[in-house]
Ligand binder design. Structure first.
Ligand SMILES: NC(=O)c1ccc[n+]([C@@H]2O[C@H](COP(=O)([O-])OP(=O)(O)OC[C@H]3O[C@@H](n4cnc5c(N)ncnc54)[C@H](O)[C@@H]3O)[C@@H](O)[C@H]2O)c1
Length: 494
C-alpha cells in the first residue's frame, strides 16, 4: 500500500509561496500557470480519484464501480482521505479485489499524479472550493459534492476556474439527472401548463437530533491529520464529540441543514423558477430550538427569497411532528422535496427522481419518473468536453449553494425576538408570515416556548445579482467570504 503524506511541492512553488507569505499576500495557487489536462481518447480509460470517502465518497466509489461494470471505460486509480483509517480501509478493499489504487492523505500530492484525470470530491463543505480550484489548475476535471462552496465568493471563484482552465465541473446535485422525472416536470411547468408559478417552495423536514454537549476541547483522533482536515478553516480546538459529519452543524465548516439536505431542494426550486441569478432580497427566521448542544446552525428555519413576482420560500425543520414523535411533518404530502404552486394547480417533487402534478381539487394530472447516473453524465461531458452536456454545471451549483448561503447570512446577523415582534416585522411578506406561522405551530407541538427561547429574525438583505454583493449591509458582505488559513487560501485570481 502506498500512502503519501508529503505534498510534492516543487522548490519553485515553495519559494514562490514563501515569498508571497513573507510579503503578506495570499499564497499563490499551486498550479498558478495551469496545466493542460490529458487528452483522453474515445477508447481510453478515465482515471478517477475519490477524495474524502468516509460517507458520501463511498457512494461515489459505488457509482463509478457500477459504471465500470456496465462497460464504461473508467477506473478508480487513487483514493484520498486525511483519515488514515478510512484511507487504509479503502485502499485495502481495492487491493483485495485485485484492483490496486494509490492512497493519498494530502490532496496536493494527488494532484501531481498524471494517472488521475478527474476528481470526485466528497470532503466536508469547507474544502470543496479550494480542492476544485486546485484541481482545475492542475488540469483535472471535477465532480464536487453539494453545496459546492462554503461561502458565496468562493463558489463564483470555482466557476471562474472551471472556465479559465476549460475544465468540466459537475455539481453533486443528482436530482438534475432525473431527466424523465424532474427535468420533464420542469419543462412542462415552464411551458405554462399550470399557468403562472405563484410560489416555489423548498421543503426540508429532516430529523436532526442533538449532537451532545462537551465541556471542553476534545482529543483529535490520532488517525486524523487535523491540519489538513481543517484546511481553509481555522484550526480551532475540537468542541464537539464527533469530528466527522457533525461539522455540518458549526459555521466554520458547515452550512446547517439548509446547505446540507436543503441545497438539493433549493436547486430544484430555482430550476423550476428558471432564475439564473441570486435573489435581490432575502431574509430568514429561525433558531436552534428544542435542545441545547454544541451545534450553532439553526435546526428550524424559514428563508424568503424575494424574486420579483414569484418568491422562493424555503423551510427547514429538524424536529419531529410533536415532542417524542417519530414522524416528520409534511407539506402537501412532501417531507423532503419541492412544491411548485401555480395558478392551475401544483407540482410536488417528493424525492430525487419523480414529480406529480395536481389540480387544486387534489386530482392527479400527470406524473413523471426516472433518473440516470449523475456520474455517468459527468463522464459523458468529460469525453465530449462540452459544458452544455452537463446536467449540473458548476454555475448551477454555485447559484443554488449561494441561495443557501445568503439565507444563512441573514440569519447569522439577526437577533432573537419574541414571536409577536417577528410577526409584525415580516407582515408585509405574506408568504413568509404564513410559513412562519406553520413553523411556530410545529415548534409549539415540540414543546418549544418561543417566549422563553426566542427565534431569530434575520436582517433583510438586498443584493445586486450582477456583483453578488449586498447593497445595504457591510457586515453581510464580510460573510460572503472567509479569512482563509494559509496556505489553504482560495486565490483572488484563479
Ligand atoms: N449528494 C448527496 O446526496 C450527498 C449525500 C451525503 C453527503 N453529501 C456531501 O458529501 C460531503 C461529505 O459528506 P459526508 O457525510 O461523507 O462527511 P463525512 O465527514 O462523513 O466524510 C468526509 C470525509 O472527508 C475526509 N476529508 C476531510 N478533509 C479532507 C481533505 N482535505 N482531503 C481528503 N479527505 C478529506 C474525512 O476524513 C472524511 O473521511 C458533504 O459535502 C456532503 O454535503 C452529498
Amino acid at each position: 500500500m502506498q500512502i503519501q503524506n508529503i505534498p510534492s511541492l516543487t522548490r519553485r512553488d515553495f519559494l514562490r509561496a514563501s515569498a508571497a507569505a513573507a510579503a503578506g499576500l495570499a499564497m499563490p495557487s499551486l498550479f498558478a500557470a495551469g496545466r493542460r489536462g490529458r487528452m483522453i481518447g474515445p477508447n481510453e480509460e478515465i482515471g478517477f480519484a475519490v477524495v474524502g470517502f468516509r460517507g458520501q465518497g463511498g457512494s461515489h466509489i459505488n457509482s463509478l464501480t457500477k459504471l465500470r461494470e456496465a462497460g464504461q471505460k473508467v477506473r478508480i486509480v487513487a483514493l484520498c482521505d486525511v483519515d488514515a483509517e478510512v484511507l487504509a480501509r479503502g485502499v485495502k478493499q481495492f487491493a483485495d479485489r485485485g484492483q490496486p489504487v494509490k492512497g493519498y492523505r494530502d490532496l496536493r500530492a494527488l494532484l501531481e499524479d498524471p494517472a488521475v484525470d478527474a476528481l470526485s470530491i466528497a470532503t466536508p463543505n469547507h474544502w470543496h472550493a479550494l480542492a476544485t480550484i486546485w484541481a482545475c489548475q492542475a488540469g483535472k476535471d471535477v465532480y464536487v459534492e453539494k453545496p459546492v462552496s462554503h461561502n458565496v465568493w468562493e463558489g463564483r471563484q470555482m466557476v471562474r476556474a472551471a472556465r479559465k482552465y476549460n475544465r468540466i465541473v459537475q455539481t453533486g446535485t443528482q436530482s438534475r439527472s432525473s431527466r424523465q422525472g424532474i427535468a420533464a416536470a420542469v419543462e412542462w411547468v415552464r411551458a405554462g401548463n399550470l399557468g403562472k408559478i405563484r410560489v416555489a417552495r423548498g421543503i426540508c423536514y429532516k430529523r436532526r437530533d442533538s449532537i451532545g454537549k462537551v465541556d471542553g476541547p476534545q482529543p483529535i483522533p490520532p488517525e486524523i491529520d487535523y491540519d489538513l482536515w481543517c484546511g481553509p478553516a481555522p484550526k480551532d480546538p475540537l468542541m464537539r464529540k464527533r469530528l466527522h459529519y457533525d461539522w455540518h452543524w458549526v459555521w466554520p465548516t458547515g452550512n446547517g441543514d439548509l446547505g446540507n439536505q436543503g441545497i438539493h431542494e433549493m436547486d430544484v426550486a430555482r430550476w423550476f423558477l428558471g432564475v439564473t441569478e441570486l435573489s435581490p432580497r432575502v431574509f430568514a427566521v429561525g433558531g436552534r430550538l428544542g435542545y441545547v448542544d454544541d451545534g450553532t446552525t439553526p435546526n428550524t428555519m424559514v428563508i424568503y427569497h424575494d424574486y420579483p413576482g414569484t418568491p422562493l420560500i424555503f423551510e427547514v425543520r429538524g424536529l419531529p411532528t410533536a415532542k417524542g414523535a417519530k414522524d416528520m411533518d409534511r407539506y402537501r404530502g412532501v417531507q423532503i422535496g419541492i412544491v411548485i404552486e401555480c395558478e392551475g394547480g401544483y407540482v410536488a417533487v417528493p424525492d430525487y427522481n419523480s414529480a406529480t402534478a395536481y389540480d387544486w381539487s387534489g386530482k392527479e394530472i400527470r406524473k413523471w419518473a426516472g433518473s440516470e447516473s449523475h456520474h455517468g453524465n459527468f463522464i459523458q461531458a468529460v469525453r465530449s468536453r462540452k459544458v452544455a452536456d452537463l446536467h449540473a454545471d458548476i454555475l448551477e451549483g454555485h447559484l443554488s449553494s449561494a441561495l443557501c448561503h445568503t439565507g444563512n447570512i441573514s440569519y447569522r446577523l439577526g437577533r432573537q425576538l419574541p414571536p409577536e415582534l417577528i410577526r409584525d416585522q415580516i407582515a408585509g411578506d405574506s408568504g413568509a408570515l404564513e410559513a412562519c406561522e406553520r413553523a411556530y405551530e410545529h415548534l409549539l407541538a415540540n414543546g418549544v416556548d418561543l417566549n422563553a427561547t426566542p427565534a431569530t429574525l434575520g436582517v433583510v438583505l438586498t443584493l445586486d445579482p450582477k456583483t453578488e454583493r449586498f447593497t445595504n449591509h457591510r457586515l453581510a458582505n464580510h460573510l460572503l467570504t472567509r479569512a482563509y488559513r494559509k496556505p489553504f487560501v482560495v486565490p483572488e485570481k484563479v
